[in-house]
Design a binder for this molecule. Structure first.
Ligand SMILES: [Ca+2]
Ligand SMILES: [Ca+2]
Length: 216
């Protein structure tokens, strides 16, 4: 006599006590199942339900794992580092060719300075200055104003209150050899004036030192 473990699903179907002569497919009848993956719950459910439970247990974690893996890959991708040092060690923006370094103030100036125009792309320029990388922006002492990073310590009063040239915010080095340190009169400058303005018969320094002491 066959043991129950050896009875195939078809044989069980034909010998089912409540359906001795059934024409229904065997898969719809409650039958003992021998699949190891379904044993605990399959004993109470038809095979079709058992197959569904196996799908849920396998497929849902698989989808979750795929989503998590995608998130990990996305986060692990290095963001493009555009920082570079332009002429005179000024803050620059690195183009896609990884060679061309343009001045920070050339980004979003409506002129394509990078070969592919990546310095003017919409995602950079759509909401200035928030859409710019932080290294391209210098915040003036008045939070309502900002300038490009290469305008800090360039000798010119770009913020309007000289906060891009003076004080701890700007942290500029002393006047270079091409500049004369004084208290300027012209608002265009802050604490240094170009030496070419010395002895030009126009007062630039409050102390007149540009006309009496400075040598061009
Ligand atoms: Ca540009
Ligand atoms: Ca400046």
């Amino acid at each position: 006599m066959q043991s129950p473990q050896n009875i195939t699903p078809v044989a069980l179907c034909r010998s089912h006590p409540k359906h001795p002569d059934t024409t229904q497919p065997c898969q719809t009848l409650p039958q003992p199942l021998t699949s190891r993956s379904c044993l605990p719950s399959a004993r109470r459910q038809p095979r079709r339900a058992c197959w569904g439970c196996t799908q849920r247990h396998v497929c849902i974690p698989a989808v979750v794992l795929l989503v998590l893996a995608g998130a990990v890959v996305f986060l692990a991708l290095p963001s493009v580092n555009r920082f570079c040092a332009a002429s005179n060690n000024q803050t620059g923006f690195l183009c896609d060719d990884k060679v061309t370094c343009i001045l920070a103030s050339q980004v979003c100036d409506r002129v394509s300075n990078c070969r592919n125009g990546e310095d003017e792309q919409e995602k950079l320029c759509s909401d200035l200055p928030h859409s710019l990388p932080g290294f391209l922006v210098f915040r003036c002492s008045n939070p309502a104003y900002w300038v490009y990073a290469d305008q800090r310590c360039n000798g010119m009063n770009d913020c309007g209150d000289c906060s891009d040239e003076l004080g701890s915010l700007a942290a500029c080095p002393p006047c270079g050899s091409e500049w004369w340190n004084c208290s300027p009169v012209l608002y265009e400058y802050c604490s240094c004036i170009p030496r070419r303005l010395c002895r030009d018969s126009i007062q630039h320094c409050l102390s007149w030192s540009d006309e009496y002491i400075c040598r061009p």
